[in-house]
Design a binder for this molecule. Structure first.
Ligand code: NDP
Ligand code: 13P
Length: 320
């Protein structure tokens, strides 16, 4: 199978670099200037500086060239996925589309697989998710991810094709569980960053991770995900990584909130929109999601860290 990556940000570039170890890869950018600059300099100076693109990666802004491949990896932010798919829907028809984004669409409450199904109904959707920083993948450090595909045969084929020397893929048919794990862990990472930034300590972070995971499981049950999926790389694995590392943009955004410092608004922070989407869905379904609701308010500026602490610690006592 030939592979293209649509979206030349940090993650798309890192995936292209890793997959280039298996064979030629086309990396598509929507920006012609960026595409030609990357093609010539062999580096993504804006999003992944310091890593050289292997010679068998072709960077292009020509969508016709990119969609010639059998498998297309979609590495754009979640809130941009629908627009990107709608723009190229006719060309993407019938293709294998592997979403690599993590989030819940704010306007619909849907995850990436459902957005693919709506926008390109005859595509074959799959999802690649799990604990991995773009920089780690690009530098060839060992990483394990989850490949989720409802079509078991296609999932097995994709697992073989997209596994690389340093990127080991596990497989599941539970796309709902896999996409929820990746989406919701970003919300908890913002909360953990805020706690550490405000000097609340590692014990507070451990409490947020654990009770945040309980919320993730509750939300996943509402969406009929398989409970085991949340225990895997796409859920617990990514939660642990993102809540404990300053390489995470969601965590760093939280740190800045906690430290009352400004944060670069051009940085992709998927957890902000997802916290809002999640807390709106939870409220309408009568689901108890206090951390998510608090992170949504903290991220939008409606809560200070002091308000957030009061909101969480002032709740009635309950069984674990
Ligand atoms: N970075 C990481 O470590 C990881 C990221 N992910 C996930 O991957 C997804 C992408 O993140 P990441 O690559 O880091 O983000 P970046 O901010 O680094 O890059 C986003 C890319 O998407 C492009 N883009 C934005 N909107 C559109 C659009 N409408 N059509 C086409 N391209 C578009 C941007 O182009 P332009 O520059 O022109 O705006 C840019 O190239 C996110 O969901 C993230 O959670 C998953 C695992 C790890
Ligand atoms: O998803 C990621 C790690 O698995 C990347 O996290 P950030 O988007 O917070 O940087």
């Amino acid at each position: 199978m030939s592979v293209s990556v649509l979206g030349s940000g940090a993650f798309g570039t890192a995936l292209a670099i890793s997959l280039a170890g298996n064979g030629p890869v086309t990396l598509w950018s929507r920006n012609p200037d960026q595409a030609s600059q990357m093609q010539q300099s062999r580096e993504n100076v804006d999003r992944l500086p310091g890593v050289t693109l292997p010679a068998n990666i072709t960077v292009t802004a020509e969508i016709e060239q990119a969609v010639r491949s059998d498998v297309l990896l979609l590495a754009v932010p979640m809130q941009k996925l629908r627009d990107a798919l709608n723009l190229h829907a006719a060309r993407l028809s019938g293709k294998v589309l592997v979403a690599c984004c993590k989030g819940i669409e704010l306007s619909t409450g849907l995850g990436p697989v459902a957005v693919i199904r709506q926008t390109v109904p005859d595509a074959q959707p799959a999802l690649l998710t799990g604990p991995s920083f773009a920089d780690d993948i690009a530098r060839g450090l060992p990483t394990a991810l989850t490949l989720a595909c409802a079509d078991v045969e296609l999932g097995e084929a994709l697992q073989q094709e997209l596994t690389t020397a340093n990127l080991r893929l596990y497989r599941t048919a539970d796309t709902v569980g896999a996409e929820l794990g990746g989406a919701l862990k970003n919300v908890m990472a913002i909360g953990c960053g805020a706690a550490i930034g405000a000097g609340l300590g590692d014990s507070a972070r451990a409490a947020l991770i654990t009770r945040g995971f309980a919320e993730m499981q509750r939300f996943a049950a509402l969406r009929r995900a398989q409970p085991d999926t949340l225990m895997g790389l796409s859920g617990l694995g990514d939660l642990v990584l993102t809540c404990s590392s300053e390489l995470s943009r969601n965590y760093r955004f939280g740190l800045c909130l906690g430290q009352k410092k400004p944060f670069d608004s051009t940085t992709t922070v998927e957890g902000v929109a997802t916290a809002l989407a999640m807390s709106e869905i939870a409220a309408s379904e009568g689901l108890d999601m206090p951390i998510s609701a608090t992170v949504a308010k903290l991220s939008s500026g409606a809560y200070s860290v002091t308000d957030a602490i009061q909101a969480l610690l002032g709740r009635p006592l309950k069984e674990e």
